[in-house]
Ligand binder design. Structure first.
Ligand code: GAR
Length: 193
């Protein structure tokens, strides 16, 4: 049976775009919806070639249960946070246990937690002169960046790498691995019935 995924993004949306490309020819997986909390998010334009109308929501509907009700009625097999920056509430994780995943642009548990997103992460990695960084794909629970880890991949850094160059290396990994990991998760749940 077709697996339905819902994607959330707050900004640029390059990961969402890559995921849409990856599943374009995949009969098992369908994109049920793409959501954003940001009416100016780049993801809105990126979805145009796919004929996907990004649904923009506000804080009120996110908090008062309206949006969650809508998501439940869409009956997704997996909810994917791809650069989504609001904290998911406990009603969400209770409604979708082990069905919400996030990508984080560092090797958790390092460089996770509140305020650790996007360039903030890469700047902190640079400041600490790390010799490597990477990506973490994990289940979402009620604490920032603390749900069970599904997948990690690392990349080595040069001391001269700027935060922007670090971001570029991390994005490369994200675009390479996120969609295949999603595919594997969906196929695993298919085999489990
Ligand atoms: C990605 O690097 C993702 O890991 C990060 O936001 C970026 C979104 O890029 N997510 C977080 O920092 C979440 N804490 P994109 O909009 O181009 O896909």
């Amino acid at each position: 049976m077709t697996k339905r995924i819902i994607l959330f993004a707050s900004g640029n949306g390059s990961n969402v775009e890559q995921i849409c490309h990856f599943f374009e020819q995949d009969k098992l997986v369908s994109i049920a919806a793409v959501y954003s909390n940001n009416p100016k998010a780049g993801v809105i334009q990126r979805m145009e070639p796919f004929g996907i109308n990004v649904k923009v929501f506000d804080k009120k509907s996110f908090i008062d249960g309206t949006l969650l009700g809508e998501i439940i009625s869409l009956n997704p097999d997996l909810i994917i946070l791809a650069g989504f920056l609001w904290k998911i509430g406990s009603e969400w994780t209770a409604s979708f246990p082990q069905k919400i995943i996030n990508i984080h642009p560092a090797l958790l548990p390092s460089y996770g937690g509140k305020g650790m997103y996007g360039m903030n992460v890469h700047k902190a990695v640079k400041e600490n002169k790390e010799s490597k960084t990477g990506i973490t794909i994990h289940y979402v629970n009620n604490e920032y960046d603390q749900g069970g880890i599904i997948f990690q991949e690392e990349v080595s850094l040069d001391q001269e790498d700027s935060p922007e160059e670090i971001a570029g290396k991390v994005h490369k990994l994200e675009h390479l691995y996120f969609a295949p990991v999603i595919s594997k998760l969906l196929r695993k749940s298919e085999n489990e019935g």
